[in-house]
Design a protein around this ligand. Structure first.
Ligand code: ATP
Ligand code: MG
Length: 439
């Protein structure tokens, strides 16, 4: 499969859409990543879908690495399950309720605690069947009062949600720590600094919870963080998930980090001035330990080592996969457009042909394009002004732009522009390929 802009479906907009209040929403519409189909519901166009898939894949790899196993549960759930847990009435208007042709009450899942408990309890009979952690990456629906900011607060959105089942409280806390550290790695791999902050447990209920929040001016919540956490290099340490993870998690929980709801003025004031960072934040993940709330309500029990029934201890762990696409743009953009980090870019490079029709220019572009493969690059072969190509490449945010015109082509040289830093250099074809493939 080849991708030439002259034949691609990458519809960019020149004008700024009036409904978009924040940069990521504006840029996602302008760069042709998404298209709104109803309030808070979006179609993903080719470039947006590629980013969404890459974000999803990083999430998946880190869940797998931490020992969670992927399943796929449906979007539509029966109301009965939610009656068992007592949440059918509690959830209120955020839940989209549906009736099928037999008048059976169904709903579009806003989360899956009930369903996963129902599935897993049919298989888990003995303590040997625990611990287990099951996750899926599936669309959710929440009829938000005020959907806004594009995919950041949508009504239909893609979430990764994992659910852990353990025999004991200590076991459940270990599962919680595994997810805690897996989350840090997940966001760090995308080039984001996400800070875990002690959170209120809200409608999911339970005793222990952290929100993972990235700092951005347009964030919905006010947060207070110790600079030590912002400076931590998360990828430098790869956790051994089977070992005791207490010390690694303690580093994070022993430094100050709080949302407005959990903020403690006295503890904050005790911190030296140069360590205090107060900013706006975007919640990209949320983890909970809630004990036996769902397992007990839904009649789940396994036989313990002593032959007595044990009600499993549970936790749930969410990541806003589609929200992350917006959050990544909030963290990486300028006036001209998106600046994708290498790890999530839809394509590594755009090849800009400044003079389509000029033999040597076309030839060098085609060679570079073939060598980079269809995964690595899009080729702007359109018969439009160079200025338009530059503007679109900046807007769409490819990490590299390989700019080729008649003068360079004659000398076998490529001008490379690094979108993140704006640096430019003139290099040989081989060097261009090495740079682009190297990230
Ligand atoms: P919020 O406080 O932002 O409303 P929440 O606490 O209700 O979110 P959780 O139930 O913790 O959300 O869901 C897990 C993750 O799913 C959140 O951390 C967030 O990243 C994402 N998420 C939640 N609601 C939305 C939404 N309406 N649109 C996009 N992503 C969402
Ligand atoms: Mg939350």
């Amino acid at each position: 499969m080849t991708l030439r802009l002259s034949r691609a479906f990458l519809p960019t907009l020149k004008e700024t859409p009036a409904e978009a209040q924040i940069a990521s929403h504006r840029l996602m519409l302008r760069a042709g990543l998404i298209r709104q189909t109803s309030a808070g519901i979006y179609a993903w166009l080719p470039a947006g879908l590629r980013v969404l898939r890459r974000v999803e894949q990083i999430v998946r790899e880190e869940q797998d690495r931490a020992g969670a196993q992927e399943i796929l549960m449906p979007t539509i759930q029966p109301a009965e399950l939610w009656r068992e847990s007592g949440r059918y009435d509690d959830y209120g208007k955020e839940m989209l309720r549906i009736r099928d042709r037999h008048e059976r009450e169904m709903l579009f899942g806003p989360t899956n605690e009930e369903m996963v408990t129902d599935i897993f309890k049919q298989f888990a009979k003995s303590y040997r069947d625990l611990p287990r952690n099951l996750y899926h990456i599936q669309w959710k629906f929440r009829d938000e009062v005020r959907p806004r900011f594009g995919v950041m607060r949508g009504r239909e959105f893609l979430m990764k949600d994992a659910y852990s089942f353990d025999l004991t409280k200590e076991g459940a806390q270990h599962s919680y720590r595994q997810m805690f550290l897996a989350y840090l790695r997940t966001f760090a791999r995308m080039g984001l600094k996400a800070i875990p902050m002690r959170a209120d447990t809200g409608p999911i209920g339970g005793n222990l919870s952290h929100e993972f929040i990235i700092l951005a001016e347009t964030g919905e919540s006010q947060v207070f963080v110790s600079r030590d956490l912002l400076e931590r290099d998360v990828l430098a340490e790869a956790p051994d998930y089977d070992s005791d993870l207490t010390a690694q998690v303690d580093f994070w929980t022993s430094h100050y980090a709080a949302t407005e709801e959990m903020h403690d003025e006295a503890a904050w004031a005790a911190l030296s001035e140069d360590k205090r960072v107060s900013a706006r934040g975007i919640e990209v993940g949320h983890i909970f330990y809630f004990g036996t709330k769902y397992s007990a309500a839904m009649g789940m029990a396994v036989t313990g080592p002593d032959g007595q029934p044990v009600i499993p201890e549970m936790g749930s762990y969410g990541i806003g996969v589609s929200r992350l696409v917006g959050a990544l743009i909030e963290a990486n953009h300028d006036e001209a457009g998106i600046k994708w980090p290498d790890a999530v870019a839809p394509w590594a490079a755009a090849i800009l042909n400044l003079r389509p029709g000029d033999g040597p220019t076309d030839a060098l572009c085609e060679t570079l394009y073939a060598r980079l493969g269809s995964e690595g690059a899009v080729y702007d072969d359109r018969p439009v002004r160079a200025g338009e190509k530059f503007a679109d490449a900046d807007l769409m945010g490819f990490p590299w732009q390989a700019i080729i015109g008649p003068r360079g082509a004659a000398a076998g040289r490529v001008e490379l522009k690094r979108r993140m830093t704006g640096e430019r250099e003139e290099v040989s074809l081989e060097d261009a390929i090495t740079r682009i493939k190297g990230g």
